[in-house]
Ligand binder design. Structure first.
Ligand code: AMP
Ligand code: GLY
Length: 426
């Protein structure tokens, strides 16, 4: 079977690594991929935005499955384009990708189907948005409606901060994504990332993880795409998974089918867990990055079999098995991230770090004059497993310390919440 992966991040490297282990695979391609993915797949210089070229390539090379990693091509309709051309795809339609592409769409779906989420208002007018912010008071959360590369959300602790976030949205800081604004209630609790594989009708729970969004140790500093993750998330107990399926994912699947856009691919629910139960913060229509890296390390089953079942509407017959181990990944980022990362610094020692069961997934890397260099913000994901999160953490940081990269940095406390729990329980 020939498979094409779309994307070039750590998430796609982890998917390529896992797909490459499938006995069903004949040939793996990645467009455009990265130097790490090149170890698993043949790289094809096609942009994820060039849907016509992706369809042509898939036909020429008899691709049996296209796996779409990031959200932007899905929101832009790549899934529809491939399906219309008769090519099998793991990833949803543009109409279904509104779950990530429009926060207002998702909030309205929640309201209609009684899905627990933060109370909210939708605004396309600056005065009305500010009046709502003043009425509710801080803390409060201001979000650009559309895709803003993870930068459109302000968790405002003061009224002034909230009002200037409203201004930032409407003055074009987030482009078209900010033409509409969602203002919502500040939720308290513990965050978890929860995943389901979906085939339009069935949603199959596919594990949990906890991300670390802030750039600095102790969850300080600005938000990032994610500085590290571990799986499973202890807060997602079997009872919490059951409630999430019943109260959040189930009604979402039914709602999307009712609206004529049944959901397929990966449904990634960003949850806030409190004593009252799970609440939906947001949906994504793809795997999390770096959450995918830890899920792939723990997955016992053949990911290709599961993706094919999702694409073919056969998930009702499937189950998922996980290794009885924790996995943890540490993101190494280029200095300057999440602002302007410094590019071009040389990275050494990656092969030495990737030994003894540790995997180093590449994100923003490039090859220059025979050297591996930084080419983006988040650059490497050092990923290990262990009997406990503490053990996985120790292995991951030992491997991080074998990497010689003065131009990079990482958080030193990935997994702290779970490690503290483990200590308390020991
Ligand atoms: P998002 O880009 O929607 O994932 O939001 C980024 C981060 O902002 C989330 O991971 C949460 O940490 C935080 N956040 C978003 N919405 C809320 C909310 N209603 N209450 C508290 N925190 C939130
Ligand atoms: N790590 C969070 C995300 O992928 O959105």
């Amino acid at each position: 079977m020939n498979v094409l992966i779309i994307g070039s991040g750590g998430r796609e490297h982890a998917l390529a690594w896992k797909i490459a282990a499938s006995p069903l695979l004949t040939k793996l391609y990645a467009a455009p991929g990265n130097p790490g993915i090149a170890g698993e797949a043949e790289l094809v210089p096609i942009s994820p935005d060039d849907h016509g070229a992706i369809v042509d390539f898939s036909r020429e090379r008899s691709i049996d499955l296209v796996v779409v990693g990031p959200e932007a091509p899905l929101v832009a309709g790549l899934g529809d384009r491939l399906r219309d051309a008769g090519i099998r795809v793991f990833g949803g339609s543009a109409a279904a990708a509104r779950l990530e592409g429009s926060k207002g769409f998702t909030k309205d779906l929640c309201a209609r189907y009684g899905i627990p989420t933060a109370a909210y208002g939708r605004f396309s007018d600056v005065a009305a948005a500010k009046a709502y912010v003043r009425e509710k008071g801080a803390p409060i959360v201001v979000k650009a409606d559309g895709l803003a590369a993870g930068k459109g959300v302000t968790v405002a602790m003061s009224l002034e901060e909230a009002l200037s976030a409203v201004d930032a949205c409407f003055d074009g800081s987030f482009g078209a994504a900010g033409a509409e604004v969602v203002v919502e209630e500040f939720l308290e609790g513990e965050e978890a990332s929860f995943f389901c594989l979906c085939d339009g009708a069935t949603a199959l729970p596919f594990g949990s993880a906890q991300d670390h969004k802030r750039v600095g140790d102790g969850d300080t500093g600005p938000n990032t795409g994610g500085m590290g993750a571990y799986s499973p998330a202890p807060v997602m107990t079997p009872e919490m998974v059951e409630r999430t399926m019943k109260e959040i994912v189930g009604p979402t699947m039914r709602g999307m089918a009712d609206l004529g856009c049944p959901f397929s691919g990966v449904l990634f629910a960003g949850l806030m867990i409190s004593e009252a139960g799970p609440k939906l913060i947001e949906y994504n229509v793809r795997f999390g990055d770096p959450e995918c890296q830890v899920l792939m390390m723990r997955l016992k089953d053949d990911i290709l079999v599961l993706m094919l079942a999702a694409a073919d509407g056969q998930l009702a017959h499937m189950s998922v098995r996980w290794r009885d181990e924790a996995a943890l990944t540490v993101v190494l980022a280029a200095r300057g991230y999440p602002g302007t990362p410094e590019k071009g610094s040389v990275i050494r020692g990656v092969d030495a770090a990737a030994s003894g069961g540790v995997e180093v997934f590449h994100a923003g890397t490039a090859l220059k004059d025979g050297n591996l260099v930084a080419a983006g913000g988040r650059v490497l994901n050092v990923t290990a497993t262990g009997r406990t999160v503490a053990e996985a953490q120790a292995k991951a940081y030992a491997a991080v310390d074998r990497i010689d990269w003065p131009g990079g940095f990482c958080r030193r406390d990935i997994g702290w919440r779970a490690v503290e729990r483990e200590k308390a329980g020991a």
